[in-house]
Ligand binder design. Structure first.
Ligand SMILES: Nc1ncnc2c1ncn2[C@@H]1O[C@H](COP(=O)(O)OP(=O)(O)OP(=O)(O)O)[C@@H](O)[C@H]1O
Ligand SMILES: [Mg+2]
Length: 329
């Protein structure tokens, strides 16, 4: 999805500063890569609205599923792994969790979980299948909604398909948590989902390009969408130390606050951990392969923080559908 990331950079370049001049996210503020930290340190530190166009408001909370989108500016920073393993951590808390795959790329949720779905959201949009038909129960106590090719069709629905699609999406509201794994960058369907969610988790690595592109996404959210209730959260993935993570997070949150007047919560970090790539190769989640590895403990910690942060006044699936489609549930 590098082309999406490139498009994001272009949009951010064209748009210029949001409101005030002078912000420089392409190097200056973020400085050099935080690459010279020592090797991994031990235990984990305890550590919206629909449619482009500013001004759409989020209605009040109606449903009860918490919608979490996981996104990034740059591709390959760890969204899919984080989405799936966050889902597992939530499932271990006894929650009913659905992962919706909105990643238009290749290495998506079903690959990591070693399932080969026959149908996806495309078939629901075209009214060939119901949500129940396409939902895949995995061996890990979480379900997935295969979305890939369907997501590119969302903008092309006619009224009849849209109405049907909304009803089908509503059937997911029995879940406690819906995690939407998005592709990197700024495909407008994906941006709408991000902006409509309760929580948008932005993933970056300490790499300067990843940070710059993460900032680009945050900036687009700030300038394109009116987001009074959406919780914007940051996860720094593949870090080698707590200090490295904190340095990245401090820069991002400070700049978002200073130049975009947007509050971004630092949710936590995930260590760079060889278990993650082994897990990908074995097509099993790292939380399953080694629940006590550094990456797993970090994900556990992130879920603990999410649970503590609770929900704002707006949220839930019905509210998300309103924001996405402007329809009352
Ligand atoms: N914490 C980590 N430690 C070590 N390797 C990691 C970690 N997180 C991700 N990776 C590596 O990065 C690769 C890409 O991860 P993933 O597919 O989750 O990224 P993505 O952001 O979903 O990518 P895309 O933008 O293509 O959808 C993984 O296959 C894994 O090898
Ligand atoms: Mg992915």
């Amino acid at each position: 999805m590098e082309d999406q990331a490139e498009r994001l950079r272009e949009i951010v370049r064209q748009r210029g500063p949001a409101g005030s001049a002078g912000e420089s996210f392409s190097g200056g503020f973020f400085g050099p890569p935080a690459g010279s930290f020592a090797a991994v340190q031990a235990p984990v530190e305890s550590g919206r609205q629909a449619g482009p166009g500013k001004g759409r408001r989020a209605p009040g909370r109606e449903g009860n599923a918490r919608i979490i989108t996981v996104t990034s500016g740059k591709g390959g920073v760890g969204k899919t792994n984080l989405s799936v393993n966050l889902a597992l951590a939530y499932a271990r808390l006894g929650k009913k969790v659905v992962v919706m795959d909105a990643d238009l790329g290749l290495a998506n949720v079903n690959v990591i979980l070693n399932v080969i779905p026959k149908y996806n959201l495309y078939h629901v949009i075209r009214k060939q299948k119901t949500m129940r038909d396409i939902l895949v129960e995995t061996d890990y106590g979480i379900s997935i909604v295969p979305g890939a090719s369907g997501f590119s069709q969302i903008a092309n629905m006619n009224d009849d398909e849209r109405q049907n699609f909304i009803s089908e999406l509503e059937t997911l509201s029995v879940a406690d948590i819906i995690i939407i794994d998005t592709s990197a960058g700024v495909s407008s369907n994906v941006m709408d989902f991000i902006a409509a969610a309760d929580d948008a988790v932005i993933v970056t690595t300490p790499e300067p390009t990843a940070i710059t592109d993460a900032y680009g996404i945050i900036k687009i959210i700030a300038t394109e969408y009116e987001t009074p209730n959406m919780g914007l959260k940051l996860v720094v993935n593949r870090v080698r130390s707590v200090a490295e993570a904190k340095k990245v997070a401090d820069r991002m949150t400070n700049i978002a606050g200073q130049f975009l007047n947007l509050k971004v919560d630092y949710l936590g970090f995930v260590y760079d951990d060889a278990v993650v790539s082994q897990a990908v190769l074995r097509q099993r989640p790292f939380m399953v392969i080694d629940p006590k590895c550094k990456a797993s403990l970090c994900v556990q910690h992130i879920v603990d923080r999410m649970e503590k942060s609770g929900l704002g006044p707006s949220g839930g699936f019905g509210a998300m559908l309103n924001r996405l489609f402007g329809k009352k549930k």
